[in-house]
Write a protein that binds this ligand. Sequence first.
Ligand code: ZN
Length: 623
Amino acid sequence: MVSCSNVGRTVSPVASNVVGIVAEDVERAKAAADFVQVAGEHIGLKRVGRQWQGLCPFHAEKTPSFYLNPELKLYHCWGCDAKGDIITFVRELRQLDFAEAVEWLAGKFGVPLRYDDVKGGQDRQRKALLTEAMERAVEWYHLRLLQSPDAGRARSYLRDRGYDRAAVEQFRLGWAPGGDDWGEMCKALKLPRDVLEDTGLGFVNKGGRQQDSFRGRVLFPIFDSAGKPVAFGGRVLPGGDGPKYKNSSETKLYKKSSTLYALNWAKTEASSRGEVIVCEGYTDVIAFFRCGMPRAVATCGTALADEHFRTLKNFARRIVLAYDADSAGQSAAQRFYEWEQRYEVDIVVASLPPGSDPGELGRTDPEALRSAVDRARPFLEFRLDRLLAAADLTTAEGRARTAESALAAISEHPNELVRDQYVMRVADRCRLDPDRLRDRLRGGDQSGRPLAARPPSAQRRARRSGAEVEALRLAVHRPELVADRLEEVLFADEVNLAAFRALASAETLTDAIETARPEARDLLFALAVEEAESDADDVVCLLVAAAGRRELEALQREARQALSPTDYAATIAWLKVTLEQLWESGTSKGACTTLVAWLSRSAEEQGQLADEAATGTMYGETA
Ligand SMILES: [Zn+2]
């Protein structure tokens, strides 16, 4: 029988041998860290009992639903369901990996770290080595552009595009020579073959000679959000060979789907404004910076994807797409709506003049670029405006056709109130009765896939009530009060039972959270940032009473179906009396203990009976 006695108060880290930092040191860093101080750097916090409450840094909200528990170093948000420990918090907010987050905390709170020489440590050393090689390459290409006679064409190309020296230096632009020597960078940097290949900077050709990956191109170094160089984008000069743009291939340092060009420079302005501009190219990004909007990033040769939003939402809630009008129009609307819901961001489209791109516009008319961002429209509005602008509204047939296509676009939007406003607008433009359009939309809706709305936090919170949950709350916060009084048999709800089992079989709350199945894990996270204020005696009593009543009803049912109901009479009578004793102050405690023992025994016996029955069937089948 599992008891709750080993529910602990301390929180241990997740297995950290994988990251190379000695596990004990991870724990010490975590113990030394002040969670309120760490979170307080990003959000305002208010003390509520033993917990702290504030506006969630992971989703946009006006009323605080973010809670953190300073002792357990856990957080949970009722609004977006973000949750984790202090290391997760630092990772999410600062875009760090596990080891980097531990290092950040350790540095901040003065805890020296030791590394063990397992694979994790080697991986990190390797990464550091590759990063250093990348840094040297960035510098070498950059000086080449600034100083070398062979970079003259590249310099004048950049000047023609409006890039002065300050811009070239700010973005660390470089020049990869394209002469007859195919390995100038390799020769200068003298990198070992494995480093050359693992960074994507070069390769060894069939003749056994090291060769540069980038040749005859202006280079845009790509940095990760922390400012470490991870890759290059290279643009060929007009009239040069090969594709216009060439990017580094993916390496240990560089993953296209999660890297955003210029995020390292844009993140400060983006988070202070709550707005980030997403472009298609490096030169577009630079144009925004040059026009006084240093909050632009670009995807690196891939389409916007899930991972990009996971990163972006940590910096800004308003995402302005500054694509040229055609590519924005061709984007998959439903994915945008899904992202808006999942990451609670607003996606709007900058109103660029037809046929222009931000890089070009920034140079010729900076004011127009600024106003394109100011006048950015929601994605659906942008699509409808384009559709209406291109439509023939002079004939009845043309207006009907336009209304049909507009409804198709509107029907993809998951929010009914939003849909309705656009229906009215379309009705007005197409001179049709809005109610007729609404009917059409509803008809079309049945085939369309409605996107499930997020359940309001109030609903989620309501699910977590009742004596079972209260008992779990006590087991989390005041285990000494309930540790040896709770048993599995007292939990009727499956999720509550799973949470209890996880707590009872784990050394610490963190271990319990890690081993619990998903729903139980969510529940434990939520409980960790709540208060346990109920009286333990009352809670246990309520729990025992409920379990006793369940057993009583089961016995009464069995008795009705039994051949000799009188066999049950004595037990039923005893149970009824004992249940009543629960509520009398003199007998309550004794009745409680007796009932828990009896319930557990009878659950065990039933378990055995069930096991025997199962075994019997098996033998019966094989016989
Ligand atoms: Zn949240």
